[in-house]
Design a protein around this ligand. Structure first.
Ligand code: ADP
Ligand code: MG
Length: 237
């Protein structure tokens, strides 16, 4: 196979951080549990995308990560699969609150992430609840009460539910800020900061973004600890 360096050059991957592990260039080399590999192969995917290949081994080391890659590059599974593996290790009771929390800017994107989480987490039997505005809270609260390993939420609705004290984030140890640039563009920064205050400091934080402007750098500097950064292609600021 190709060396890690050659794969990075070919796919325009640049990394910053200490001792960044080489990319996992095929599914066979990931070492993923068989029930997860099974779903990936069922989906008909032939190889990891570059952002997956490089961010998986970093995330699997439980390190914080900033991943900058354009739309359509496969970022969702980039954070979901390490999140699944994190969940398997954590053994938390989902009725006490989620272990994995994904923040997403819109109802549509949050729903897509949930669909992906259900599809690829099916054999692992994870429960996933999606929280978004523009819909009644009742059914979402009912689902939460049944217990969720994974919560995918828009910041506004999650804050409302936190204020009602209907969910606890005290068990969250894997926090994803997806489409961070869009969330900030939409004015969600105050809500994001309030939510993160409820998440224990002892956690892994992953930020996925299509662009890397100074507002995103600032919040990354505040919320992530010694992150490894992975860029695919030219990074738009
Ligand atoms: P992004 O979040 O970067 O915009 P998505 O995670 O939504 O991208 O992925 C875009 C599409 O690519 C989705 O339909 C997803 O199922 C598909 N996809 C993800 N990983 C792979 C892969 N390794 N091989 C082929 N297709 C993939
Ligand atoms: Mg995405």
């Amino acid at each position: 196979g190709m060396s890690g360096e050659a794969y990075r050059r070919r796919h325009e991957i640049t990394v910053t951080g200490d001792e960044v592990p080489p990319p996992l260039t095929s599914f066979e080399t990931t070492g993923f549990p068989s029930e997860i590999l099974k779903e990936v192969l069922n989906a008909g995917f032939s190889a990891p995308t570059p952002i997956q290949a490089q961010s998986w081994p970093i995330a699997l080391q439980s390190r914080d990560i900033v991943a900058v890659a354009k739309t359509g590059s496969g970022k969702t599974l980039g954070y979901l699969i390490p999140g699944f593996i994190h969940l398997k290790r954590s053994c938390n009771d989902p009725r006490l609150g989620p272990t994995v929390l994904v923040l997403s800017p819109t109802r549509e994107l949050a729903t897509q992430i949930q669909v992906e989480a259900v599809k690829f987490g099916k054999s692992s039997r994870f429960s996933c609840t999606c929280l978004y505005g523009g819909a009644p809270k009742g059914p979402q609260l009912k689902e939460l009460d049944r217990g969720a390993d994974i919560v995918v939420a828009t910041p506004g609705r999650l804050n409302d539910i936190l204020e009602m004290r209907r969910v606890s984030l005290s068990q969250v140890s894997y926090l994803v800020l997806d489409e961070a640039d869009r969330m900030l563009d939409m004015g969600f920064e105050p809500q994001i900061r309030k939510i993160v205050k409820e998440v224990p400091a002892r956690r892994q934080t992953l930020m996925y973004t299509a662009t890397w402007p100074k507002e995103v750098r600032k919040i990354a500097a505040d919320l992530l600890v010694n992150p490894v950064q992975v860029n695919i292609g030219n990074v738009d600021e």
